[in-house]
Every structure is written in C-alpha cells, then in structure tokens.
Design a protein around this ligand. Structure first.
Ligand code: FAD
Length: 605
C-alpha cells in the first residue's frame, strides 16, 4: 500500500468508505498487479482507538468532529421548523469506521424488490445471500445456513450482555406474548419477534469490524494499492463520453487554509464513484451528470441529463426516547462522558476483548409489524401504505424498536447519572428528500439538502405508534426510574399520560397500557416532529433503476449516458431496506467487486 502518486491507474475510487474500500480491497487481493487509487477526503483510521474501539462511536458525533460530515438539511415545518443534520462518515472506511456497529440485515424481499420491481437482474436475495455470507465470520453460532464463516468481518454479541438488554427481552417475552422471541433476529427471514442483537465486533479481540483494517490495511505489501487521504474529489474527467480520471483538491475541513490547486489522477480502465449518499450524486453533478434544471441553476454544462441524480433521498426516521436508569444499570454513559473509573475498568477488560468498550450498548430489539389491533391504532393515514407495501411481504418490518444502554445524545447536556434509551425508527418512510450541489466549482460548498422527513402522514402515524409501544416496554423494565423529561412529550398536567421523573421502580407487567386522549396524541405528534432525527442510514440518491424511472445506474452499476464510470455504494439502493444499512453497503461492495472482476477478466474471483 502506498500514498505516492503514479500518473495513470487502472481503477480510481472517488471516496474511500465502506463500499469503496471493500471493492478496492477485493480487487487488489484478487489481482495485485492492478494499479488502484482511492481518493478519500478524510484521514487514515489505521490503529486509532477511536476507530477500533467500538464504544467510541459517539466521539465521532461531537460537534467538533472531523471524522464525519454534518450534512445540514433545509429547515422544514414538518420537523418543527428545524434543520435536520445528518452526519456521514468522512475518513478511510467512511461509515464503517465511525458507525454504531449494529449488525442488522435487510429483509430478503428488499433485495427481491430490487430485481423484480426495479428490473435489476442479479440483485435478488438468491444472488446476494452468498455475497452477504462471503463478507462475514459469524462467531455467534456455528453452522447457520444464512451466515458466513470465512469472511474478513467478524460478527459477535460484543464484550458483554448488559442488564438493560436482558431486562428488555424479559419484559418483551412477558408483556408482548403475541410476538415471542427468537435466537437469531438477523438470519434474513425473521421479523416481528424480539431477540438479542448481534454486532459488527470481533468477539475475540473486541475490536470494530470496519472495512479498512480488514480489506485495505492488511494488504500493506501491495505497492499497487494507493490511498490518498485528505483529498476531495471535485469531478470526474472525460474524453468524449469515456471517464478517464478525477480532479481533486486538498480537503478544507481538515485544514481550512489548504491550498486549492486542482490535481488530476487518470484511470485507464474504470472510475468508480463511491462517496456515499451525499458524495456520489454531488460528484456526478459537478461532472455535468444530473438534472438539466439543477445543473443549469449553478451554471454547469450538461453532459448527461439525468434528473434522478440526487433525488430519491431516504433515511430512517429515528426517535430516541431517554429514560432514567437505576444505579445498577450497565450502561455506556460513563465511557461516553470520559469518566476515569469507567475508562480504567473497561480498558482492562477491552485488553481481553471484553467489557463495555468492546460493545455498542445495543443488546436487543425487534423488527416490528403491527397486529390487527395495532393497525387500528395506526389509523387511516397508514392504511394505504400497509395495504400496498407491507401486507403481503411478511418479512418487512414497519419500525425497528429497541433499548440502548446509554443516553443517546450529547452527554454534556444531560445530568450525570445512568440512562437507557428506547429508540424507534420507521423502516420504510414514504417521504423522500434530495441532495444537490449549490456551487459549480467549490466542492466544499454545503449541499442543497432536503431530508424530506415526515412530509407524508403515514410516516407520522408510524412514529406515533412507536412512541406508545416503546414507553410501555420501557416502564416495565427493572432499571426504570422514570422518564428523562426533556426528551419526552409534554403532556398536560391533568393527563394520565403525564411523564414522571421520580419513579421508584418499574410498573408491574400486567399494568394496563396508558390511554392517550386526542390532546395527548397531538402532543406526541408535536414531540415526534420536534425530536425526530437521522438513523444515519442515508441512501438512494444514485438509484439503480431504469433511466426513464429516475435511475442513475444500470444493474451493472454503469452511470447512464457515459462509459467507464460506475457508482458503487449505498446511494445505488433503489428503495429502502428494513435494516441499518452497513450490511447493505457491504453487499453492494461485494456485488460491485464481482461485476468489475468479471469485466476485467479476473479469473476465479
Ligand atoms: C454515525 C453513523 C452510525 C451508523 N451506525 C450504523 C450501525 O450501527 N449499523 C449499520 O448497519 N449501519 C450504520 N450506519 C450506516 C453505515 O455505516 C452506512 O450505510 C455505510 O457506511 C455506507 O457506506 P458507503 O460506502 O455507501 O458510504 P460511506 O461509508 O459514507 O463512505 C463514503 C466515503 O466517501 C468519502 N467522500 C465523500 N465525498 C467525497 C469527495 N468529494 N471526495 C473524496 N471522498 C469523499 C467520505 O469521506 C466517506 O469516507 C451508520 C452510519 C453513521 C454515519
């Protein structure tokens, strides 16, 4: 591996995140003579504790962080006139090096839809399951048919099993007997059962299963694998309609005074744009590939009129509701605050691959579907969405819901004590957003970004249901000591639903559910609109669909209208997946590597 610059490469990757590093690493290993360049705007992550120790994920979200980009959305009345800010990874490994390490696999029908509804041959679950298995070594249990046992990325329960997660599962089993619990919630076909949650963490070393350490940094001997960090790709360059390289400048987030001389790297075989859901569409637009209207507004000549570029933006709409926890709760709060005792104790355990640093605070959850009774509660706003999208696809969850053994938010803003959070997020929001460039030349200019959250009433109804469901589970858990009031709906003082911060313990399992009045329902809606945030799962902005349907790439990942240019990252997802998105970014990377290897004639890939 080398940082030096050759003049001409075989393949250039614009963006070195989860998918890009996986593709580059697979190709470099299969054919070490391939000259590969990755141009990444962020810094190296090699051997840095913040990227190796799983529990450090919150440090990347601190306001001063330079390992994520804070993508600032336009203010919207649908979210209490707030600007939703959506961080995305900005370092070698992208999201894989900063994420929460939550191992969640999509529903098989998600991928089947990619093939049957969007015409992408070769992308159904039948084709992708072998590739999902190829990436992982499943340390949780031997011999599971849908899991892999030889891949570079380890999957385990993490370094401990917190009592918060344990209690959540105990309560769920007793309180929600209609649903039940299951051993493996991520075998690909399961839905609507509670289960212990796996992690992208090596169960032996306790370290993060990121992409760079397992696909790139372990190929140090390969002098043809070049990594340029701290460099921002401005645009793809062409000869005629063929992509022949990229222009890049020094990254100004890392150094605001960085010289902005434009440099060029040339590719003889292929340029792969792999800069994620924000980076990829904006690189294409600066290269003249995008909607004529968008390009015209900033004065860029249209090379390919492709109106789908930057459209179809999706995330999962997440609300983390915080609860006060008893002193004996096992939580990550001390580590997030940098508490000396918590650090010392857990670093000792981490040396043996154990403890809370080898953990992400996420031990349980459910991919939840409504019962007939729940459907009544979800109301008419959700009815058509249920009927047309969910009813016949029984592996598609409506929301994810689960406990975090910590306060989810800036720890410096909450009193020092223990917390747990019950989070819930909409798995397939109807609402759509967009991300476009705001400047012709300046790659550092903020995006013109509309997250589009909660513009559809079905999405609002879903979160309404999520809050009520999550609160019933939360208040039955042994660690429950009340609601952390700043993070909950402000019900009227006379309402029986009023939140309390002085509970002495949980309510009995058979306590009747809280009854919410119409006024309470409005309070919950306002709360969800005011508190909804990203689940950090941006996707869809260079969708793999037919060109006439708003597609940007075909099923071989070729950008329409040009040659020698592919997109390979989560932005190609044509439709959302019912899961956290790392697993999908990885399988897109595996599939892209297979496609490129085939086209380059690399045998036995
Ligand atoms: C804070 C956070 C927590 C998350 N938690 C989880 C989780 O627990 N479980 C889960 O399954 N998923 C999680 N995810 C999502 C998952 O990590 C992403 O879906 C995945 O990383 C997407 O991969 P990608 O390759 O498409 O993009 P990324 O990994 O984002 O990579 C894109 C790369 O391109 C670079 N780039 C962008 N523009 C340019 C440019 N112009 N020039 C050069 N480089 C550029 C970026 O710096 C970045 O490194 C999380 C994501 C984040 C941000």
């Amino acid at each position: 591996m080398s940082d030096s610059l050759d003049t001409i490469y075989d393949i250039i990757f614009a963006g070195g995140g989860a998918s890009g590093c996986l593709v580059a690493g697979r190709l470099a290993k299969a054919d070490p003579s391939l000259k590969i360049l990755i141009v990444e705007q962020g810094e190296h992550t090699k051997d840095k504790p913040a990227h190796i120790q799983p529990a450090r994920y919150f440090s990347h979200l601190a306001p001063t962080s330079k390992t994520v980009t804070f993508n600032v959305g336009k203010p919207s009345e649908h979210v209490g006139n707030r600007s939703i800010v959506i961080p995305s990874g900005r370092c070698l490994g992208g999201g894989s090096s900063v994420n929460f390490a939550m191992y969640t696999r999509a529903a098989t029908t998600d991928y089947d839809d990619w093939e049957s509804e969007f015409g992408n041959e070769g992308w159904s679950s039948k084709h992708l399951i072998p590739l999902l298995k190829k990436t992982e070594t499943y340390q949780v249990k031997e011999g599971e048919a849908t899991h892999g046992y030889t891949g570079p990325l380890k999957v385990s329960w993490g370094g401990t099993f917190t009592n918060v997660g344990e209690q959540f599962l105990d309560v769920a089993a007793k309180y929600d007997q209609e649903r039940g619990t299951i051993d493996d919630i991520n075998g690909l076909h399961e839905c609507n059962e509670y289960g212990r949650w796996q992690k992208w963490i090596n169960g032996e070393t306790g370290t993060r299963s990121d992409v760079p350490h397992h696909f790139i940094y372990n190929q140090g001997e390969n002098k043809n694998l070049h990594i340029l960090t701290g460099q921002k790709v401005k645009r793809v360059i062409f000869e005629g309609i063929r992509a022949v390289g990229v222009e890049y400048v020094r990254d100004k987030t890392l150094d605001s005074q960085a010289d902005q001389t434009v440099r060029t790297a040339r590719a003889s075989k292929l340029v792969v744009v792999s800069a994620g859901a924000f980076g990829s569409p904006t690189i294409l637009e600066r290269s003249g590939i995008g909607g004529a209207r968008v390009l015209g507004e900033v004065g860029i000549d249209v090379k390919v009129d492709l109106p789908g570029v930057g459209q179809n933006y999706q995330d999962h709409n997440f609300v983390p509701a915080p609860y006060l926890a008893s002193e004996d709760a096992e939580t990550l709060d001390g580590i997030f605050r940098g508490d000396a005792t918590a650090e010392e104790e857990n670093l000792k355990l981490f040396a043996q691959g154990k403890g809370l640093i080898a953990h992400n605070g996420l031990d349980a959850g459910i991919k939840l579907r409504p019962t007939p009774h729940d459907l009544q509660e979800l109301g008419p706003e959700f009815e058509s969405r249920w009927r047309t999208f969910f009813a016949n696809k029984v592996d598609k969850p409506v929301i994810w819901l689960g406990p975090f053994s910590c306060y989810i938010g800036d720890p410096s803003t909450a009193p020092i004590r223990k917390y747990y959070t019950i989070g819930y997020y909409t798995q397939y929001p109807v609402s759509r957003g967009s991300v476009h460039i705001s400047s012709k030349d300046d790659p550092h200019a903020p995006h013109d970004f509309d997250p589009g959250f909660l513009t559809d009433p079905a999405d609002v109804a879903t979160l309404q249901w999520g809050y009520k469901k999550s609160r019933e589970l939360a208040r039955r858990m042994g660690v429950y000591r009340g609601e952390y009031l700043p993070g909950h709906p402000k019900f009227a003082a006379r309402s029986p639903a009023l939140c309390s911060d002085d509970a002495v313990g949980p309510v009995p399992i058979d306590t009747p559910d809280i009854q919410y009045t119409e006024e309470d329902e409005e309070v919950i809606e306002t709360y969800n609109r005011n508190f909804v945030q990203t689940a950090w799962h941006s996707l869809g902005t260079c969708a793999m669909k037919p060109r006439g349907a708003g597609g940007v790439v075909d099923s071989r990942l070729n950008v329409y209208g040009v040659e020698g240019l592919k997109v390979a990252d989560i932005s190609i997802a044509p439709q959302n997946v019912g899961a956290n998105t790392y697993s999908t970014a990885l399988v897109i990377g595996e599939k892209a590597a297979v496609i490129i290897a085939e086209e380059l004639g690399i045998a036995d890939f």
